[in-house]
Design a protein. Structure first.
Length: 582
């Protein structure tokens, strides 16, 4: 009898608990544009239903009468396209109050004419201790880094330490379109397999978190300890300013510098600081973009910065805003191969949007000298040099502290013309494969060489397979002129053409699959090859094709969205071998 009574009491308490939870999740509609929602923090997450056709609603997360977080999210009006997790247990016990400003002008609401209290989101909200990040996208790459969920753009703050590659990136944890910029964090030991480590740097009173860089302070110049990770990033509020954060646990968590901001400007577009160590003068150099030029600063302690010089006026392309700079010294490919004292050049990377060779965003660069104070370009100001000749290669920056003095770059594999519209929803955007950068000369002009990193090449079997697969590498030995066609049973295809006499390589994706989401997507991209291509390397991974001259003189990156994977490769003027992933 006592057992039955205990069971009845337990069931009653459970029902009361469920009832209380239901009441607490009931929205309090204050007006057409304001809703309040009280949320218990007994579970880890509140799962927010997102409808991508809606406009952003604004949520203020309130705890103990203070705003602890603010975010924008496209709350479902009619249906949920997917869910995103709002963490509830970040030092908060009891209840959180969500103060939600609804955007009544959104397309989804206009179509439904529903009253605010009848929006689908209020019925679809879920409390949970877990969030399912299992892949649900047929286009998600296998050997390229992607965010576990949500939007991603520029790679940020990258460094190598203790055998681990640390990649941070512009991340929206609350939707798969650009918004709520934070630094997401992933780690890898081989540049192929990546582990999502969560969001490392969150927005604060100074603004959302834009792009930046990290350095390993080996000699404790900043006073935070030998080996501390010192990161610089742009805070985007009413103005853009440069802030600092420090990690003493290898980049897992960061403490923001108490005296932020460290650098300010009266120019609106002032962002993306990149810090390097300049050995000849034992000092740090910071390069930051300011509208359509770069500013260079120096420091002994990573805290106090002295202006050194500007670069950019009249040089290269000025058809868009300059962003995401990098600056490094690199030895020539020929000297490194022959194990000689190779000539070195300084390279200044300048990503630009718009203004790319085929529209939208792209990576340009300059070669020259740097004396610790000023970068001097060694080519005519009118010369434009592009690091990659596809449409989907942007925000190129390199890892700090890479092994063996290498310059290992990562890129954002998309284009601002259509990045928010590509046909994925659980996540948007991937990074291009890691690339080692070098230097070569052709016809008395210097260029950056781009080769797949050795770790990437090592991920593929040494034994070729008989047929094409959705995730593979293809090596094509070219004769003179050649045509390579990838196709599937639906009649979708990508056609690549090599013209040896004219020294050009092109890729046609106009009939590659789904191109309907943007008129800017179907395109033919064309690159100079700076001499003959002997071996063409193709990296195919679900929704991307990256083409490289094996000698590093040409690179081209393009997205594709075939309805079914390409299963056939036809080569005229060459011979192809297909290598699967190990």
């Amino acid at each position: 009898m006592k057992t039955i009574q205990k069971h009845i009491i337990a069931c009653s308490l459970a029902l009361l608990s469920l009832s209380a939870t239901a009441q607490k999740l009931a929205p309090q509609v204050l007006s057409d544009t304001q809703v309040m929602l009280r949320v218990p923090t007994a579970m880890k997450y509140l799962l927010l239903p997102v409808e991508e056709s809606a406009n952003n609603d604004h949520i203020r997360v309130i705890y103990n009468n203070n705003v602890v977080r603010e975010l924008n999210v496209r709350l479902a009006v009619n249906k949920a396209d997917y869910y995103v997790p709002l963490p509830l247990q970040e030092e908060h016990k009891g209840n959180l109050l969500l103060d939600i400003t609804m955007n009544r002008g959104d397309a989804a609401n206009s179509a439904s004419k529903a009253a605010t209290g009848d929006f689908a989101c209020w019925k679809l909200l879920q409390l949970s201790d877990t969030f399912n990040m299992k892949n649900r996208e047929k286009f998600r790459p296998v050997y390229h880094h992607t965010p576990a969920y949500g939007w991603m753009n520029d790679p940020n703050g990258m460094f190598y330490k203790d055998g681990v590659w640390n990649l941070y990136y512009q991340h929206n944890p609350f939707g798969s379109q650009w918004e709520n910029m934070t630094w997401g964090h992933s780690t890898s030991t081989d540049l192929i397999h990546w582990k999502f480590e969560g969001d490392a740097v969150l927005p604060d009173a100074l603004g959302t978190i834009f792009s930046g860089s990290s350095v390993v302070d080996k000699n404790n110049t900043a006073g935070f300890g030998a080996g501390a990770i010192v990161s610089y990033y742009t805070s985007a509020g009413r103005a853009q300013k440069q802030n600092m954060a420090v990690s003493t646990d290898g980049g897992k968590t960061f403490t923001k510098y108490v005296d932020n901001p460290v650098l300010v400007s009266n120019i609106p577009d002032f962002r993306d600081p990149h810090v390097i160590w300049y050995e000849p003068e034992n000092k740090w150099i910071l390069i930051v973009s300011e509208k359509q030029h770069m500013k260079i600063f120096s420091s002994k302690n990573l805290r106090d910065w002295t202006f050194e010089s500007d670069f950019g006026e009249g040089y290269g392309s000025h058809d868009g805003v300059w962003e995401c700079p990098d600056l490094f010294e690199v030895k020539s490919d020929e000297g490194r191969v022959k194990n000689q004292n190779a000539e070195s050049k300084w390279v200044l990377i300048c990503n630009i949007n718009p203004g790319g060779p085929f529209g939208g965003s792209a990576t340009q660069y300059f070669t020259g000298t740097f004396d610790g104070h000023k970068f001097t370009c060694d080519t005519d100001p009118s010369v434009k040099k592009w690091m990659d000749w596809g449409k989907d290669h942007y925000a190129t920056v390199t890892f700090d502290n890479a092994p063996d003095g290498r310059h290992v770059a990562m890129t954002w594999m998309s284009n601002w013309q259509y990045a928010n519209q590509v046909p994925t929803k659980q996540y948007r955007s991937a990074n291009g494969i890691a690339r080692d950068l070098g230097y070569f000369e052709y016809k008395d002009t210097g260029y950056v060489s781009v080769k797949p990193s050795p770790e990437v090449l090592a991920a593929f079997s040494k034994k070729p397979q008989a047929s094409l697969s959705p995730t593979c590498r293809v090596d094509v030995q070219l004769h003179n002129n050649a045509t390579i066609t990838l196709s599937n049973g639906k009649g979708e295809r990508v056609v690549m053409t090599y013209n040896a006499a004219k020294e050009t390589f092109s890729m046609d994706r106009t009939k590659s699959g789904d191109v309907s989401f943007s008129t800017d997507f179907p395109a033919v991209t064309k690159a100079p090859t700076r001499g003959r291509i002997k071996t063409l390397q193709l990296f195919i991974d679900k929704s991307s094709i990256e083409a490289f001259d094996a000698d590093g003189k040409m690179a081209m990156t393009n997205l594709v969205f075939p309805s079914t994977p390409y299963t056939s490769i036809a080569v005229k003027g060459g011979k192809a071998k297909v290598y699967p992933l190990k």
